[in-house]
Write a protein that binds this ligand. Structure first.
Ligand code: PLP
Length: 460
C-alpha cells in the first residue's frame, strides 16, 4: 500500500500542543521544517506515521538562534572564537530589561529626548575619573577608525614599527587606520623605537602619535620602546590603544596597561575594548580630553559606529555591577581549581572513565597579557572524547595537549562542574547507552567541529 496515504497532514501534526508551543517560541518556519522532515521519513518508510509528532519534537532546535551556550574549558579566559567575555548575571538581566522599548534616549520626567546611553556614559566616567570625556562605539577597531577619521584624516599618524598589530582573522590595525584617509608615518624598527624617532617624525602634518599595546605578542631581546609619558611633550595629541579595557591597574597582570594610568601618564585619548578584560559586551571605549572626545562624538561617522541599547545596558551593568566572570576567572584560587579538578576526576573515574586531575596553565587569551600564564587545574581525558564533547549538549570545548583532552577549569565557573561531569559521562558512554532524545538531537547540530580541541589561540 502507498505509505503516502498514511502520512499525517501537516495541520494535524502542528496541532500537537508541544509543536504549537514550539511555534510560539521558535517561529512557524522552523517547526514546519521539522514536521516536513518527519513526514519525509514516513514516506521513505523509516518512521511510523504515528511517530511524526514525536520525531518533529525531538528534531526541534533548542534555541531560537543558531548561537548556542558553550562551556569554555579551554583555559583561555577571553576566547574570541567563543564570544570573548561572558556577561555577568547583572549584565544579562540589564540586557533583558532593555530588550523591549526602553528610555535609552528619552527623558521620562521631561517627556522629551535625552542623551543616548547616559547611564553607561556616566558609569564609565565614574569608573575613570581621569577622563574628561567618554564615548562608546561598536568595538575598539571602531574607536580607532573614529579617532583616525576625526583627528587625522588627510594627515599623518605617527606609529612605531614595533606596534603594527594584526588583530586576528587577517585584520590589521595599520590597514584599518589607512582606510580612513590618514597616512601612517612609521618610525623606528621592529624591535627598537626611540624618542628621537618620534620627535623627528612629528611636524605640521601630524594628526596624532599612536601608541598601540602589543596585546597578542611580545618582542623580546634587544628591544626598546617609548612610554606614553615620554611622548607628551611633542606638541601633538598622544592616542593610546590599550586593547584589553582594564580601567585601572590589575595586580595580577602588571604589564597590562590600564586607562587610568595611560591618562595619568599623559595620553590625550585612550581606546579600548569592552569585551576583553573589562568583562563586558563588545564595545569600543574612547576616554580622554574633552575636546578630542567631542570631535570624535560629533563626527558624522560616529553615527555609523554607535552602539545599540543592548550594548549600553550590558556595559552599564558591567561597570556598576558585581564582579564579572572574567575577573572571577582571573582571580580564581589555584588550590580551589585543583580541588574542583580532583572532585571531577574522582566522580568520572568512579563511573569508569579514564580521568585524572592534572596541573594546567591557563592564559588570558588574545584579549591581553601575552606570555602570561595563570596556574590552573584540568581534568585529563582520552583525546577521542574531544569531538563528542564539542558536539554534545551543551557543547564542552577543551584543548588537546600531549595527546590528551584537557578540560581546564579556570575559565569556567564552579557552578558548571556538575554539567561538565554529566557531559563527560554522556560522551564517554558506549554507543547505544546515550540514546536519549536529548543526546540524539544534540549530535546533529555540531557544525564547526575541527578535529581537535579549540586551539589555545583565543585569537582576537
Ligand atoms: C583587541 C584589540 C583591538 C581590537 O579590538 P576590538 O574590540 O576587537 O575591535 C585593537 N587594538 C588592540 C591593542 C587590541 O588588543
Amino acid at each position: 500500500m502507498d505509505p503516502r496515504r498514511h502520512v499525517p497532514r501537516t495541520d494535524t501534526v502542528l496541532a500537537d500542543p508541544r509543536l504549537a508551543a514550539a511555534e510560539r517560541r521558535l517561529g512557524r518556519t522552523v517547526v514546519k521544517e521539522a514536521v516536513a522532515e518527519a513526514q519525509r521519513r514516513v514516506r521513505q518508510g523509516g518512521l511510523a506515521p504515528a511517530e511524526v509528532a514525536d520525531a518533529a519534537v525531538a528534531a526541534l532546535p533548542r534555541y531560537a538562534a543558531g548561537l548556542r551556550p558553550v562551556l569554555n574549558l579551554t583555559g583561555v579566559l577571553v576566547h574570541t572564537n567563543l564570544g570573548r567575555a561572558p556577561l555577568s548575571p547583572a549584565a544579562v538581566e540589564a540586557v533583558t530589561a532593555a530588550a523591549g522599548c526602553t528610555d535609552v534616549e528619552f527623558d521620562l520626567v521631561a517627556g522629551g529626548r535625552a542623551r543616548r546611553g547616559r547611564g553607561a556614559l556616566e558609569a564609565l566616567a565614574r569608573a575613570v575619573p581621569a577622563a574628561e570625556g567618554v564615548h562608546v562605539v561598536n568595538n575598539n577597531a571602531a574607536a580607532l577608525v573614529l579617532a583616525a577619521t576625526a583627528l587625522a584624516a588627510g594627515r599623518e599618524i605617527v606609529v612605531s614599527r614595533g606596534e603594527l598589530v594584526e588583530i586576528g582573522d587577517g585584520f590589521r590595525i595599520p590597514d584599518l587606520l589607512v582606510s580612513t584617509g590618514a597616512r601612517l608615518r612609521e618610525v623606528g624598527t621592529t624591535n627598537r623605537t626611540s624618542y628621537a624617532d618620534y620627535r623627528d617624525a612629528v611636524g605640521p602634518e601630524t594628526g596624532f602619535v599612536l601608541k598601540i599595546h602589543t596585546s597578542n605578542y611580545r618582542i623580546e631581546g634587544f628591544t626598546g620602546s617609548v612610554e606614553v609619558s615620554a611622548l607628551t611633550g611633542l606638541g601633538v595629541p598622544v592616542v593610546a590603544d590599550i586593547g584589553s579595557g582594564l580601567l585601572s591597574r590589575e595586580p595580577l597582570l602588571p604589564d597590562e596597561p590600564d586607562a587610568a594610568d595611560a591618562l595619568r601618564d599623559g595620553a590625550d585619548l585612550v581606546t579600548a575594548s569592552g569585551d576583553k578584560l573589562l568583562g563586558g559586551p563588545q564595545a569600543g571605549l574612547l576616554l580622554g580630553r574633552r575636546d578630542l572626545v567631542e570631535r570624535c562624538r560629533r563626527h558624522p561617522l560616529a553615527r555609523a559606529l554607535r552602539v545599540d541599547k543592548l550594548t549600553l545596558a550590558a556595559l552599564e551593568a558591567t561597570l556598576r555591577g558585581p564582579e564579572t566572570p572574567v575577573h572571577r576567572a582571573l582571580h580564581a584560587d589555584p588550590a580551589v581549581l585543583r580541588e574542583r579538578a580532583e572532585a571531577l576526576a574522582v566522580r568520572l573515574a568512579a563511573a569508569g572513565t579514564d580521568a585524572r586531575a592534572v596541573p594546567s596553565e591557563a592564559t588570558v587569551g588574545g584579549g591581553g597579557a601575552p606570555g602570561v600564564t595563570l596556574p590552573s587545574a584540568a581534568v585529563s581525558l582520552p583525546a577521542r572524547l574531544a569531538v563528542p564533547l564539542r558536539t554534545g549538549e551543551p557543547p564542552v570545548v577543551g584543548r588537546i595537549e600531549g595527546g590528551r583532552l584537557l578540560l581546564d577549569l579556570r575559565a569556567a565557573p564552579p557552578e558548571a562542574d556538575d554539567e561538565v561531569a554529566r557531559a563527560v559521562l554522556r560522551a564517554a558512554a558506549p554507543a547505544g547507552e546515550n540514546g536519549s532524545a536529548d543526546d540524539g538531537m544534540a549530535g546533529s547540530g555540531g557544525g564547526g567541529a575541527n578535529g581537535s580541541g579549540a586551539g589555545r589561540g583565543g585569537r582576537r
